[in-house]
Design a protein around this ligand. Structure first.
Ligand code: CAA
Length: 384
């Protein structure tokens, strides 16, 4: 590994690796079948400080750097991608947005229980007719004295069912484009916030993905995150961090598929020898390992730029683009190396292949990442 990790970063990686392979891995295959949400695992992850890693200690976090965070997230993804997506959304788009834009009171009330893992959070940006283009969202929030009344439907919301608090974007000035979008903190139990349809997904099955419906949902004006019109900026900044997290999940899942494939190939005999003696398999192993390592370096590079407080939007998109495409290729090759067995549920690579499929889609498709990267290189914004 080229990247120099500090002793503390190595210690965090080793601690999370041990926990993940002992505790998280034990029930991952079963939860893929039953779709059971791993609430007890999240409680333990909260105790280990994994639910708000980059949040200051005064607000219930660990004050860890982003490099430590991506190491931890990769280790969780190695054992269970469903668990890792909840950890990712919680740490980046939810906790970091509150930490960066919240008032002291909002942080005390919401960030402390989120960062310490006492409650799960969700982020509502996407809508039935607004995915890649969130500026065209239809959810509105209308001011009513010292409250806002929110109406609209959010779709594909990670942890929509289990979250106890939701950050939701809504138009407060529908004529003002992205400058008219604001962000609100809405606790579950608020009248008019309804959990709608739950998706039946091909992968990440133990993580719930639901509609959230807002029907005349009244929230105090003091629950607005940031200023009126900050909602799009909050979402984009949160997604920058979130995209490094998707790269980390990709690296973790790819490493798991690679390790499983090498282990299988080292035992499987065909034509009188273990198949690792065949050049066709050896070249697969070399290509997979090289691509995983390249993705890991892009992930570290974007994470360390964020830690140095340098602009990292382009690098986060590069890491997300490359790593998510990589894991789709690596999990497919891992199945190929298993032959017919890889197509069965008896081998972990089948689940990894399904789990990885969404990585090129959520938190901005590969196509959106290419737009972000080229816009940042050319400094000439082309609309999608
Ligand atoms: N950080 C801060 N501000 C940013 C920003 C960033 N990374 N990117 C853009 N902005 C600001 C710009 O500076 C600009 O502000 P000003 O006018 O004040 O200069 C404003 O936002 C608008 O920028 P653009 O003109 O570039 O915006 P656009 O409408 O062309 O959209 C886009 C750009 C990249 C296509 C963006 O819409 C995008 O990222 N789309 C994908 C959305 C997405 O990733 N959705 C995923 C849903 S969340 C999810 O999947 C979570 C889950 O549960 C797993």
């Amino acid at each position: 590994m080229l990247f120099n990790l500090t002793d503390e970063q190595k210690m965090i990686r080793n601690m999370v690796r041990e926990f993940s392979r002992k505790v998280i891995a034990a029930t991952a295959a079963e939860r893929d079948k039953t779709k059971a949400f791993p609430a007890e695992n999240f409680r333990q992850m909260g105790e280990l400080g994994l639910m708000g890693m980059m949040i200051p200690e005064e607000y219930g976090g660990e004050s860890a750097d982003t490099v430590s965070y991506v190491l931890a997230l990769s280790e969780i993804a190695y054992s269970c991608a469903s668990t890792s997506v909840v950890m990712s959304v919680q740490n980046s788009i939810v906790c970091e947005s509150l930490n960066n834009f919240g008032t002291k009171e909002q942080k005390q009330q919401f960030l402390v229980p989120l960062a310490s893992g006492e409650m799960i959070g969700a982020f509502g940006l996407t809508e039935p007719d607004a995915g890649s283009d969130p500026v065209s969202q239809a959810t509105v929030a209308v001011k009513d004295n010292d409250h806002y009344i929110i109406n609209g439907t959010k779709r594909f919301i990670t942890s929509g069912k289990h979250a106890k608090v939701v950050l939701v974007t809504a138009k407060t000035d529908p004529e003002a484009g992205h400058k008219g979008i604001s962000c609100f903190i809405v606790p579950k139990g608020t009248k008019g916030l309804i959990v709608g349809h739950e998706e039946d997904k091909m992968g990440l099955r133990a993580s719930d993905t639901t509609d959230l419906i807002f029907e005349d949902c009244r929230v105090p004006a003091s629950f607005m995150l940031g200023e009126p019109g900050d909602g799009f900026k909050i979402a984009m900044a949160g997604l920058d961090s979130g995209r490094i997290g998707i790269a980390a999940q990709s690296v973790g899942v790819a490493q798991a598929a690679f390790d499983a494939a090498v282990s299988y190939a080292s035992k499987r005999k065909q034509f009188g020898v273990t198949i690792t003696k065949h050049q066709a398999i050896r070249f697969q192993i070399a290509d997979m390992a090289t691509r995983i390592e390249a993705a890991r370096q892009l992930m570290f590079s974007a994470a360390s730029m964020k830690d140095r407080k340098e602009p990292y939007t382009k690098e986060a998109s590069m890491a997300k683009l490359f790593a998510s495409e990589m894991v789709n290729e690596v999990t497919a090759r891992a199945i190929q190396m298993h032959g017919g067995y890889g197509f069965t549920k008896d081998y972990v690579v089948e689940r990894l292949y399904r789990d990885a499929r969404v990585f090129t889609i959520y938190e901005g498709t590969s196509e959106i990442q290419r737009i972000v990267i080229s816009n940042n290189i050319l400094k000439d914004k082309r609309k999608p």
